[in-house]
Design a protein. Structure first.
Lengths: 312, 266
């Protein structure tokens, strides 16, 4: 039997909800990613400074310090205690992502996400199959390696290769546009994701994302498959999800008495599953409404699932 | 179910395309990773901003955010690219491009959130970004007997970090040479001398202090300094014997009474 013809995963959703409705969270995410980038670019381009620095450490409006927590931890392990400014920045970042979901960083802030999404889109268009199978826990081993490496070398080792800060620095300081490390690293991630492993970098290897995932282990804001009874198994959510292993326990958990909230730390809160679902199974919620009874039954008193989802 | 011929062709074409894309991606990946370290340029020495902690500690402290670069009013500081001689993303400057202007309030140090630039540095004169060395003894105009003096004149610590020392000009036999001499205990390594040197390639260059200044063996003691410290001779009761000098040399070959020279054999 030949494989079914290529079908963009959002097609059904576009027919059901319109283009905007089927791409709502994608558009919000792109706006957020570009918006955060713009905050760093108004200074060099227009002369009005909002955010200075990079995603490694920044100062916004001269008062708000933000510091990448993994960076601070590596620095500490390498034998340096950062100054108060940077440590306050770490505290703010950790607090925010511990509530909003650690990997929300990956889907709403990190510029590499756009590169990875482009690779995955091209993959779908060109019909490139899975490719190399990489264990998703490899990122945790890589993270452990980075931390041990920092102790051993006495340097913030991940910064020698980190595509996240390489790309961001390249964009903000312009180094991306002269042939150099920023472009090479970004292109390497793109090629790896395109030709070697699907969602290879962000979904399997990136220790920065893995660390944010650990920060958001118990985070409050979660995607919940609250309307799972309406699911018609079209598999579109699995197709678009960058961490597809997170969906099944919540979506298919009814018989096992598992609640509808996606609790995996790997979920990036990207909301793409919400976009592509024609049955409005998913919406953003909190981890606290997670008893099996919180899922809306079809035709339950709580009203049709889509009303709730739209209201969110 | 059997697909139509067209379907099969499409699948094969797609499959072939996918394999091609993969191969290109794999090869490109390897090429990229190899290209970055290969893309190097020789040349100037990349110096660290004022207040930078030692290089080993620096890479533990610097998160490469570039806040120091942003607050440098003279665009002196840059973030390193592959080949600039410092790890990618860390701040540096090339003295010959834009030297450090030694701002009184040291904004780069103030901006650093992590302590990679030590806030203990409050007087820019105490900064040690490197040490100037007059490397071009054969090209420096002052060594050639001219009065260029530019490095000396532009030095923010004129007469302290650079002085002019007068020597006899052996070439002309009647002029003086004024040799710029760097005093390593005062030089901040700002690089204004290197920037100002009028030669095509600067005769005076700022180098990392470790490279610029030699270091005595730890066991060395300078007798005259130890004597000064003690306030007296280190070993008492030494008998100072008279110095025995060699006989003065005879001037030229000995002249014979009958004319000619002794031991002269035509």
């Amino acid at each position: 039997m030949s494989s079914p013809a290529y079908r963009p995963p959002a097609r059904a959703a576009i027919e059901a909800k319109g283009w905007i409705g089927a791409n709502k969270w994608l558009l919000i995410r792109r706006a957020a990613q570009l918006g955060f980038l713009a905050l760093f670019l108004t200074g060099p381009l227009l002369g009005t400074w909002i955010a200075k620095g990079t995603l490694a450490a920044s100062l916004t409006l001269g008062v708000l310090p933000l510091t990448d927590p993994l960076m601070a931890l590596q620095s500490l392990l390498a034998g340096h205690v950062m100054e108060t400014t940077a440590l306050i920045g770490v505290a703010i970042v950790v607090a925010a992502y511990a509530v909003l979901g650690g990997r929300t960083f990956c889907s709403f802030v990190c510029p590499v996400n756009m590169v990875a999404d482009l690779a995955v889109w091209l993959r779908r268009t060109l019909g490139i199959k899975e490719g190399l199978t990489v264990d998703r826990r490899l990122r945790l081993w890589l993270l452990a390696g980075v931390l041990i490496g920092s102790v051993a070398s006495g340097a913030i080792v991940w910064e020698f290769v980190n595509p996240v800060t390489m790309l961001h620095r390249g964009l903000v300081y312009g180094g991306l546009f002269t042939w150099g490390a920023a472009l090479a690293t970004t292109a390497a991630v793109f090629l790896f994701d395109l030709g070697v492993a699907r969602h290879g970098w962000c979904g399997h290897l990136c220790p920065v994302g893995a660390f944010y995932g650990l920060i958001g282990e118990k985070s409050v804001v979660r995607v919940t498959a609250v309307g799972r009874d309406a699911c018609d198994n079209c598999m579109d959510c699995f197709t678009v999800c960058p961490e597809r292993q997170v969906i099944a326990p919540a979506l298919r958990g009814k018989d096992k008495g598992v609640g509808p909230v996606i609790l995996s730390r790997d979920c990036t809160n990207c909301g793409r599953c919400i976009d592509v679902c024609t049955k409005d199974v998913f919406r953003f919620g909190t981890r606290f409404r997670n008893s099996p009874s919180d899922a809306l039954g079809v035709g339950a008193d709580a009203g049709p699932a889509d009303t709730i989802a739209r209201a969110s | 179910m059997v697909g139509t011929r067209d379907d099969k062709d499409t699948v094969n074409r797609r499959g072939f395309l996918a394999v091609g894309v993969r191969a290109v991606c794999g090869a490109g990946l390897v090429a990229l990773l190899a290209a970055v370290p290969a893309h190097r340029r020789a040349g100037a020495v990349a110096l660290r901003p004022p207040g930078a902690v030692g290089e080993a500690d620096f890479l533990a402290a610097c998160v490469r955010c570039g806040l120091c670069v942003r607050d440098c009013p003279y665009d002196t500081l840059k973030l390193a690219e592959a080949g600039d001689g410092q790890p990618v993303g860390t701040p540096y400057f090339f003295a010959r491009d834009i030297p450090c202007e030694m701002c009184e309030h040291i904004p780069c140090v103030v901006a650093c959130p992590t302590g990679a630039l030590d806030k203990g540095l409050t007087d820019i004169v105490e900064a040690r970004m490197g040490t100037a060395v007059l490397v071009g003894h054969e090209t420096c105009l002052n060594y050639l007997g001219l009065r260029c003096d530019v490095c000396y004149r532009v030095c923010p610590l004129i007469d302290h970090a650079i002085t002019l020392e007068r020597l006899h000009n052996e070439r002309t036999g009647k002029h003086a040479m004024f040799i710029p001499v760097v005093h390593t205990d005062k030089c901040t390594g700002c690089g204004k001398c290197e920037k100002a040197c009028v030669l095509d390639e600067a005769a005076i260059k700022v180098l990392p202090t470790q490279l610029a200044v030699g270091e005595l063996g730890k066991h060395y003691r300078l007798g005259w300094k130890e004597k000064e410290k003690e306030g007296k001779g280190l070993i008492e009761g030494i008998i100072d014997l008279p110095d025995r000098m060699p006989d003065p040399p005879s001037i030229g070959p000995e002249r014979l009474p009958g004319g000619g020279f002794k031991e002269f054999k035509p």
